[in-house]
Write a protein of this length. Structure first.
Length: 157
């Protein structure tokens, strides 16, 4: 932070000196070269922090690599959590559908992880055969009670 302050002071002082010099120069042939020189002077003040620029240290590079590995690990964990949750929902719903006397052809559960890392259930679709209105109602109630969402129930013949 101290380096940033000293750089800002250097830029301000350089600009002030350049302005005073330009005001003191008489109009005429020497005006343009003086403006050029003062402009270069101010430009050097702006770029002076980069004059002693050092390449990235090994510690910094390792820190970036560690961060990237942690980010990749986080993504893998999120994907595993999503897959696991979808599997559990499919398993529980399939078992319930069979328990109420319908044949469960398939269950699709769509779990989403948004940019805020929140996991939520986006949709559930249950494919059944040999089901009636009462069975469909029970499946919808079970899903709503256990997963907070009524599924779309499709009947396959």
């Amino acid at each position: 932070m101290e380096n940033l302050k000293s750089w800002a002071v250097c830029v301000v002082v350089s600009s002030a000196v350049a302005a005073v010099v330009e005001l003191l120069v008489p109009e005429g042939g020497s005006e343009k070269p003086v403006k050029f020189i003062t402009s270069v002077f101010v430009l050097f003040a702006f770029v002076s922090p980069f004059a002693d620029f050092e390449p990235l240290s090994a510690e910094y590079t390792q820190g970036v690599e560690d961060f990237m590995e942690a980010h990749e690990l986080q993504e893998q964990i999120e994907e595993q959590a999503k897959t696991s949750l979808e599997g559990q929902i499919k398993s529980l719903l399939s078992a319930y559908v069979e328990s109420v006397g319908a044949v469960c052809e398939a269950v699709e559960a769509d779990v989403v992880i948004n940019s805020d890392k929140e996991i939520y259930l986006d949709s559930i679709t249950v494919y059944i055969s040999d089901g009636n209105e009462e069975t469909m109602r029970k499946i919808a109630e079970y899903s709503l009670e256990n997963f907070g969402m009524a599924p779309e129930i499709r009947e396959r013949e």
